[in-house]
Design a protein around this ligand. Sequence first.
Ligand code: NDP
Length: 284
Amino acid sequence: MAQIIDGKAIAKKVRDEVATAAARFTAERGRQPGLEVVLVGEDPASVVYTRNKEKAALESGVRGKLHKLPASTSEAELLALIDRLNRDDTVDGILVQLPLPKPIRDQAVLDAIDPRKDVDGFHPTNAGLLAVGRGGLVPCTPSGVMRLLAENGTKLEGARAVVVGRSNIVGKPMAQLLLAANATVTIAHSKTRDLAAVCREADVLVAAVGRAKMIKRDWVKAGAVVIDVGMNRDEVGKLCGDVDYADVFEVAEAITPVPGGVGPMTIACLLENTMKAAAARAGG
Ligand code: NDP
């Protein structure tokens, strides 16, 4: 039976740390750290995500501001807003909620964000800094997973880590962070042959795929630590991860639930990144 890694409790701890840092920053600088969240259009999931991000910021003493733009916004108009936010000294973090409505190009917009304010960590400059081990702003979800592993006391040095999924926002940066922590890392994806056997080698298994309950008990080595990034709906519409939780719970040493595992960490780490960006821009 696995230990449950409580993402809600650990996220609360991170948010408390952010609140302390934000209060100190505000007292020293005479202004709050500022996070600007940009939403274009009315995709229902994006509306909820951006509202939650703004609310979480405000609760932690970060000045959160949500810019709601109509779906008819042009790429040029959006780029003009980004440019204004880049040049505004009171703005520490800029987050553009993806996906953007067509024909706006996600990448063109992400590339326009000042890398020092890129609190999602998606700008190629930050991806490059992570790849060469030189800091920068790290994507929130993998950063949150590292914190969950640290809080669980998982030893990464020399461990075999398998990351299933190779997206730029989760899988790739996740693998980079595990590598930087001296794990031996395998990245698996949709073309991986005998995925079950690859997963079975993992001491630490991170699933970031987007397929409900794909990872079964016989894919997991006894005593492995299993981190489930997936957010899917099961056959009855209930939120579930990429891991068959009830099944894998029996063999894993520790496991994150969905919901209540990685999810709450993503927003907490976004606030943490905002504080990092604010401190770095303020010169410390
Ligand atoms: P993407 O769709 O961008 O990437 C999915 C990855 O999984 C791809 O690399 C793909 O491989 C791989 N994959 C797809 N099918 C299979 C398969 N059958 N076997 C092995 N690998 C497969 O998704 P994201 O990385 O953006 O997100 C992954 C999951 O994490 C989603 O459920 C998403 O909702 C969730 N998520 C959760 C967050 C949170 O806060 N908890 C934040 C971000 C994402 P290939 O490259 O070959 O196509």
